[in-house]
Design a protein around this ligand. Structure first.
Ligand code: HEC
Length: 153
């Protein structure tokens, strides 16, 4: 998973003695809980939900927030990145790699591979085209994420 490979700037290491230390040992947070905890201190998490962007841009945004004073451990920020990757990251279905297709469209490897096989012959036009051509996608998820799902020709 991408989040595991992240490295944030040195400020974060220094910040690891913040409120995150209060978390009881052994009680792992979910990605959502980590985001609620770390990203709601200075502004509402609505600001996070309002602005989907690509994964690299999220990485940059989180680094900016660390520079502004966001506090958490390396593990906390990895969970935040996981949350952002799974829920608030944009995707170009006609060019995304298999991992992005699986994570962002929350689908299986065979379905991601079916997407890649079809687009190599003919680029997808829109979500309806995608759903018609590739069985096994989650229609409700596609609807909920439609503003993040793009089809660059
Ligand atoms: C220490 C305070 C602080 C924390 C904690 C914090 N932010 Fe921010 N954030 C800010 C400030 C200040 C702004 C600028 C507000 C504005 O532009 O009106 C901002 C703005 C933003 C914006 C809108 C601007 C943009 O870049 O598009 C996003 C998105 C954002 N924060 C995401 C996050 C996320 C994700 C987290 C959790 C990792 C987080 N913030 C935690 C201080 C913080």
């Amino acid at each position: 998973m991408r989040a595991a490979a992240l490295a944030f700037g040195a400020a974060m290491v220094a910040a690891s003695v913040g409120p995150a230390a209060a978390q009881p040992a052994g009680e792992a947070m979910t990605p959502e809980e980590a985001t609620a905890k770390i990203c709601s201190g200075c502004h509402s998490t609505q600001i996070v939900m309002d602005t989907p962007r690509d994964y690299d841009a999220w990485h940059q945004t989180v680094q900016d927030m660390i520079d502004r004073g966001a506090q958490g451990t390396q593990d906390d920020f990895a969970l935040v990145m996981q949350f952002l990757y799974e829920n608030m990251t944009t995707i170009d279905v006609n060019h995304a790699d298999e991992e992005d297709l699986m994570t962002i469209l929350k689908t299986t490897k065979p379905v991601a591979d079916a997407i890649i096989a079809r687009r190599s012959k003919k680029a997808f036009k829109d979500i309806a085209d995608l759903e018609n051509a590739v069985p096994g996608l989650d229609a409700a998820l596609l609807e909920a994420k439609k503003r993040m799902i793009h089809f660059q020709q």
